[in-house]
Design a protein. Structure first.
Length: 529
């Protein structure tokens, strides 16, 4: 490499050729930090001792890069007067730097020997991006040739930097869209485990993959996994709109085929052109029956004792061909079995067909069980993150091998919460095969006990509810922290309070009230023949 000191005086053709060769790393750098590191490694050994970069809109004064590309953020200190003039005029300058306080801000209190700065503006289409400055520790002749070469370099850098900054803004926009729309908390369906992951492709913060799941009624889970084609802001925006529209259709408890019909109509009406694959399902949590419809999407996999790729006929990709009515197929999710719904990024590998990737995933799934559904999504995410070249999204639904004998729920001390908990407990009892008469009695007891518990609860506390069923014995228990529940009074036609507990005592086989350490618990037991 040519000596830096000689370059300050003369520039040769070989020097220019060498610089152009090394600037290839700058032109192909994917982000702002990599751009600056590559530039520092290219320029600082040739023309100076440090490269200083100040970008418009930055929270710090700038970054100081060493010849090896390492950097330190300069958080405090006034911007050099010469820098300000360059920013205002948009013209390069060679300036002496003599102010010790400024040097201390740039280089640190123990390194204030710099005396020469070559300052070049960074502009893109008349928009100022900032400045770069080459600092030298010893005074040396200022070369017009060097300054001209730096200007040419800055012109190339400005275009690359503008692209990097635009990509960073797009990534931030995409991440904001994803965080605002992708489901963080999946619904709790008794007897089932739901888990999921979403991973953006390497080098892209923007993606069109998404998943969602909602309880459309007490016994039904509606779910969807989709993939909007593309990796730009338009794709991310279309994904957000489509995902929100599909969620609205699922909440209405429409069939999966109707959800696809509506999604196709929505996509045709939107002002953002694009295409998407989509798989929608409706799970009956009592029977395990799943109705599925898919448009251009990979088929789900049912994993368990007999792992299989679900033979679900696909319709074309949404946005490609207009279809008035999408087809539906039915499968059954048995105890301990898993349903895997995913985008093509989960099975797509370089040098391998999608069919081969699908078969490989189905083969691996033979050893998986519903009890490990939560860990499964996490482990697959770690594997796919290392090799995926496209966005990847997976939704796992596992059916437990056995129903829990006891359901525990906590609710806020708010009477509006009672209906939600009552419906959930009734659904849980139906899945246990409990007859309607007993479910009605338990629901009545739960409503009365919750109302009493909420009324007597200490401010800011919640209520605990536990429902159990074993053989012919059903029970419900409610506890609170606060004042004691009203004990059942002696029968009296004029008693204004306590009739609910009195009624429960007469209707149940046993009613017990316990007080311990500031907590009151009331349990009600029903024994059926």
């Amino acid at each position: 490499m040519t000596d830096a000191g000689s370059l300050l005086g003369t520039i040769t053709v070989a020097d220019v050729a060498s610089l152009i060769h090394d600037l290839r790393d700058v032109a192909t750098a994917p982000d702002r930090t990599t751009v600056m590191q590559a530039l520092a490694r290219t320029l600082a050994p040739r023309f100076g001792d440090h490269l200083f970069v100040h970008l418009e809109g930055s929270d710090s004064l700038g970054e100081l890069f060493s010849p090896d590309g390492t950097s330190a953020v300069i958080a405090e200190g006034g911007v050099l007067t010469a820098f300000s003039e360059v920013l205002l005029r948009g013209e390069s300058a060679a300036a002496s730097v003599d102010d010790p306080s400024v040097l201390a801000a740039l280089l640190g209190p123990d390194d204030t020997a710099a005396r020469v700065a070559l300052i070049v503006p960074l502009t893109h289409r008349d928009r100022s991006l900032g400045v770069i400055a080459l600092l030298r520790y010893a005074a040396a002749p200022r070369s017009a040739a060097v300054l001209a070469l730096l200007e040419a370099t800055a012109s190339l850098l400005s275009s690359t930097l503008h692209q990097a900054l635009s990509h960073e803004r797009a990534v931030l926009t995409s991440e904001a869209l994803l965080s605002a729309t992708v489901t963080d908390v999946l619904p709790e369906a008794d007897g089932y485990v739901l888990s999921a992951f979403l991973e953006a492709a390497h080098g892209h913060g923007l993606g069109g993959d998404w998943y969602d799941a909602v309880m459309s009624n007490d016994d039904t889970v509606m779910f969807a996994v989709g993939d909007v084609v593309g990796h730009d802001a338009g794709s991310a925006s279309l994904m957000t709109q489509l995902r929100n529209a599909v969620r609205a259709y699922m909440v209405l408890d429409t069939s999966p085929g109707e959800v696809l019909d509506n999604a196709a109509n929505f996509l045709a009406a939107t002002d953002i052109p694009g295409m998407a694959t989509l798989c929608v399902g409706r799970l009956d949590t009592i029977t395990g029956r799943v109705v599925v419809a898919r448009a251009g999407h990979p088929p789900p996999i049912v994993a368990g004792r007999k792992t299989s790729i679900a033979p679900i006929a696909p319709d074309p990709v949404l946005g490609s061909v207009r279809i008035l009515r999408h087809r539906e197929d039915t499968l059954t999710l048995g105890p301990s079995e898993l349903l895997l719904v995913f985008t093509d990024g989960v099975i797509e590998r370089r040098g391998q067909s999608l069919d081969d990737g699908l078969a490989a995933l189905a083969k691996r799934a033979q050893t998986w069980s519903a009890e490990a559904a939560g860990d499964l999504a996490r482990l697959l995410n770690q594997e796919i993150r290392a090799v995926a070249e496209d966005d990847a999204c997976l939704l796992v639904i596992g059916r437990r091998s056995q129903h829990r004998r006891r359901l525990s729920v906590r609710l806020a001390a708010d009477v509006e919460e009672i209906a939600r908990v009552r419906h959930r407990c009734a659904s849980w009892l139906r899945r246990r095969g409990v007859e309607a008469e007993t479910i009605e009695l338990v629901s009545l007891a739960l409503s009365e006990l919750c109302a009493n518990g909420i009324e007597a609860a200490a401010p800011g506390t919640d209520i605990g509810v536990a429902v159990a069923f074993d053989d012919h014995r059903a029970s419900v228990a409610v506890s609170n922290v606060g004042n004691r529940f009203n004990p059942p009074p002696p029968p009296s036609p004029t008693a204004p309070r306590g009739r609910g507990l009195m009624m429960l005592r007469n209707a149940s086989d046993r009613l017990e009230i316990e007080h311990e350490d500031g907590t009151t618990s009331v349990s009600c037991v029903f024994i059926r023949p």
